[in-house]
Design a protein around this ligand. Structure first.
Ligand code: PLP
Length: 395
């Protein structure tokens, strides 16, 4: 039986993060005292509208944007959809989209279903990745045509943490007059971003990946870039997104961004050291363990490791017994365990893709937690392999 009072070891921060105490403190007054609608005219509502204005500036400062370029949305998924549909509507005569094989479902499923969603046929180029999860820039350059309406490439991969050279890719698209969107949901708050120095037209981010609550996102839209509201309605967000603003969560996101500006550099150094200790320790102590993704061109917090001849889901269940939270690289679809599309695109062998585990750390993790995982996981893998006929055959 699990001890319900034992503290958890949370290493699944690419799935979602804890709300930072400073962030919670900042947002609470806007759930309690200052509940006015920011669009209302009386003084009481200016608490809400001023707080939103401040938050807009805080978000802009984290990514090197101006406050006018920030549109608050409900999540990263909405931001991705808004960007892509804006470009497609702006260029109805263009029928080509460039993206990658390893996007998050927020972009992948949108592109896969684009015909149903728009009633139009699009040709989609899915850029390949190599074994370490990186892109072939020549393939990218060759893929762009006069018919391309938009390029949508993630900044950091949620499963492996691999970083794509989106700044260079945006410059190349821009030279051809093609709009460039990046899903930066995993990158914002984890790596420095200065949009002023790039040609990126749209960027999506999400509060719950950087210690703000779930249900708040942002779409950055470069000044002068084509834009169409995804949600039509009131005049909120200067007519760019209908719906009464989620003031408390906007305040929270602003504070989270302010904290990231102040602490990112120092926290990254610490998180990277913890991640490296975990990763190196597991790779050294567990036979047939392989790192998925480029060793250095990666987020500092993410380690995706395959343990051959074991099921990821089984590993997760055993880790759960020790109150350790992580993710596996396979999804249970239709009763069968499908290795993730990201690992398949990288050509990770079936036996390894099935046994992949993603650890994603945050500044709240400690060395003692890493030590616990290093002690517990080798035993779990050894026990599971002892039960596996495939291990016996292949060891
Ligand atoms: N894009 C990436 C890379 C993500 O990792 C996620 C969430 O996991 C999303 C988009 C979707 O963000 P949200 O949950 O805010 O819709």
């Amino acid at each position: 039986m699990m001890n319900a009072n034992k503290p958890i070891i949370y290493m699944d921060n690419n799935a979602t993060t804890a709300i930072a105490p400073e962030v919670l403190e900042a947002m609470l007054p806007y759930l309690q005292e200052y509940y006015g609608n920011p669009s209302s005219m009386y003084d009481f509502a200016t608490h809400s509208s001023s707080a939103m204005k401040k938050a807009r500036g805080q978000v802009a400062a984290l990514i090197g944007a101006t406050p006018e370029e920030i549109v608050f949305t409900s999540c990263g998924t909405e931001s991705d959809s808004t960007a892509i549909f804006s470009a497609l509507r702006r260029y109805p005569e263009k029928n080509h989209i460039v993206t990658t094989r390893v996007e998050h479902p927020a972009v992948k499923n949108l592109c896969d279903n684009i015909e149903n969603l728009t009633g139009r046929k699009y040709h989609i180029t899915h850029l390949q990745v190599s074994a370490d999860g990186t892109l072939d820039m020549q393939q990218y350059k060759d893929s762009l045509t006069d018919d391309t309406a938009i390029v949508s490439v993630m900044w950091a991969n949620n499963e492996t943490g691999v970083l794509f050279p989106v700044e260079e890719m945006a410059r190349i698209a821009n030279e051809r007059g093609i709009l460039f969107h990046t899903d930066a949901v995993q990158a914002v708050g984890k790596i420095p971003i200065n949009l002023k120095e790039t040609a990126i037209d749209y960027l999506a981010l999400s509060g719950h990946k950087l210690h703000a609550p779930k249900g708040i996102g942002v779409l950055y839209v470069r000044k002068g870039t084509p834009y169409m509201p995804f949600l039509s309605g009131g005049h909120q967000e200067q007519g760019r997104r209908g719906g009464t603003e989620n003031v408390a969560s906007i305040v929270a996101l602003g504070r989270a961004c302010e904290l990231a500006v102040a602490n990112m550099q120092e926290e990254n150094t610490r998180v990277r050291a913890l991640r490296d200790k975990l990763e190196n320790g597991l790779l050294a102590s567990i036979p047939k363990a392989l790192l998925n993704g480029h060793k250095t061109m990666r987020l500092p917090n993410t380690a995706n490791i395959s343990f051959e001849y074991v099921e990821g889901e089984a590993i997760l269940l055993h880790l759960n017994q020790h109150h350790i939270c992580a993710s596996s690289g396979s999804a249970c679809t239709s009763g069968s365990l499908e290795p993730s599309h990201v690992l398949r695109a990288m050509g990770v062998p079936f036996t390894a893709a099935h046994g992949s585990i993603r650890f994603s750390l945050s500044p709240y993790n400690t060395e003692a937690e890493v030590d616990t995982v290093l002690e517990v996981l080798p035993k779990i893998i050894a026990n599971l392999r002892n039960l596996s006929p495939f291990w016996e055959e292949n060891s």
